[in-house]
Design a protein around this ligand. Structure first.
Ligand code: BGP
Length: 466
């Protein structure tokens, strides 16, 4: 187990690997979606993207040279078991063996996510996460990964963002299968959480060494007025965005306050079977991975049907909004700066969140598994990329994270999203998060941004002080 604080960065398979039809890989739901006529917001795909599949050695070398000692990446299920269930694809196993070995050769601790949005298309066509069979398929796939990579990987994440993924897939409807139906969303989320618990149980029963957690997009839920109605909206939103996931994987039971609310909405919970409680209880995590981008500002529900909208165009005025009937609405504070995708730039949100998590789940271990800022970065003629806005953003989050740690929250690592520029779901390639710029038009050349050097120097400085 790493004893040092981990400083690194993160990616996900679909977003960075490319090589979508190489190495015996099967088709994923994102391959299919991005090639379909439903992909209308930014109709591009990640067939090649930054070509990490062929260039990971260069990327990992740059991470090491940038002072990073950990890399969070995800395994594409479709490379390991191309059909979702059945035959293991040895070429896929070999690829991740090379990737893991390369990390270790560079002194980089791998944190491996087993599932980050890309589901085998075969399973997607059978109902995806709405179908309980996907949980069993996932559990078998997880076991293959533990068996093949567990001798070297000591940090695992079961699932990336059960909240955000299902919100996009089944509430906003901008990710496949492009549905707007909260009951279906809760069913898919339930299965994601159950699958995670199954994998944790296999991990423990198999005696694999290391830590296993779940990565949760979690938010500081804030209000602008301190009234009973606002506080109630805040409580509802906390169930809606955070506690449905975090209580379940940390405490081993779905919170009653959440279950009561969705049942009151008429949600049919026949998918919750006897015996599941035992699986959840046996599947609690060693740590919570926190993907921290911003807070949610909420106010009391007023009127209208449930409607969630994400800002995906990068155009000013394209706003993220949410009305959840009977629960809350999103509020807005125009005095807080936002990026072109309507995301608040509010670093203190991480401190507020960690303090709140510590109240709810005292003594839990955390890794900040993602934190980053999307921006339309510019490559200058002299081949440099100046991103002072990102440095300011990241520095702010890191400072607030360290303050929470100094006050006793057990945070053990921090990952910038993303290691280099990658495909951004729905948003395409204009929205860049990387510490390293990818020149997509000129052979995917890698160009460290100012933030890359800032991060390198910052880590070195901290290590000197220790
Ligand atoms: C998280 C995802 C990442 C990444 C990031 C940035 O929700 O786990 O995969 O994409 O958000 O989001 P986006 O690319 O939508 O701007």
């Amino acid at each position: 187990m790493p004893s040092k604080f981990l400083w690194g960065s993160a990616t996900a398979a679909y977003q960075c690997e490319g090589a979508w039809q190489e190495g015996g890989k099967g088709l994923s739901n994102w391959d299919a979606f991005c090639h379909s006529d439903k992909n209308i917001v930014n109709p591009v795909n990640a067939d090649v993207t930054c070509d990490h599949y062929h260039r990971f050695e260069e990327d990992i070398r740059m991470m090491a040279e940038g002072g990073q000692n950990t890399y969070r990446f995800s395994i594409a299920w479709t490379r390991i078991i191309p059909g979702g269930v059945g035959e293991v694809n040895e070429e896929g196993v070999a690829f991740y063996n090379r990737l893991i070995d390369c990390c270790l050769e560079h002194g980089i601790e791998p944190l491996v996510t087993l599932y980050h949005y890309d589901l085998p298309q075969t399973l997607f066509e059978r109902g995806g996460w709405e179908n309980r069979e996907t949980c069993d398929a996932y559990a078998s796939y997880a076991k293959v990964c533990f068996d093949r990579f567990g001798d070297r990987v000591k940090l695992w994440a079961t699932i990336n963002e059960p909240n955000y993924e299902t919100q996009c897939c089944y509430a906003v409807g901008n990710y496949p299968p492009n549905v707007q139906n909260l009951s279906r969303r809760w069913c898919a989320m339930y299965h994601l959480l159950l699958a995670s618990a199954m994998a944790v149980r296999i991990f423990r029963e198999g005696g694999y060494q290391g830590q296993i957690g779940l990565v949760s997009d979690s938010y500081s839920i804030e209000i602008l007025e301190d009234t009973p109605a606002y506080r109630e909206a805040q409580e509802n939103a906390e169930y809606f965005y955070n506690r449905c996931v975090n209580d379940t994987c940390i405490l081993g039971t779905m919170p009653q306050g959440f279950v009561d609310r969705i049942v009151a909405d008429g949600c049919d919970r026949s998918y919750a079977l006897p015996g599941d409680e035992d699986i959840f209880r046996a599947g609690t995590v060693d740590y919570l991975g926190v993907n921290a981008y911003s807070r949610y500002l909420v106010k009391p529900y007023t009127t209208g049907e449930t409607c969630l909208k994400a800002s995906n165009t990068g155009k000013k005025g394209d706003r993220s909004t949410a009305v959840v009937k009977g629960w809350f609405e999103l509020d807005r504070d125009d005095s807080v700066p936002k990026n072109d995708w309507d995301m608040e730039l509010y670093p203190k949100s991480l401190y507020n969140l960690l303090k709140r998590l510590e109240e709810l789940y005292p003594g839990t271990t955390y890794y900040i598994t993602e934190n980053g800022m999307g921006y339309k970065d510019v490559l200058e003629e002299d081949g440099t990329v100046h991103d002072p806005y990102r440095i300011e953003f990241l520095q702010g989050f890191v400072d607030w994270m360290l303050k929470a740690r100094d006050e006793g929250v057990d945070v053990r690592g921090y990952y910038v999203w993303s290691t280099m520029d990658v495909y951004s779901w729905i948003n395409g390639y204009a929205k860049r998060y990387g510490l390293v710029y990818i020149d997509y038009d000129h052979g995917n050349v890698r160009i460290p941004k100012d933030s890359y050097y800032w991060y390198r120097d910052y880590i070195a400085q901290l290590e000197k002080e220790e």
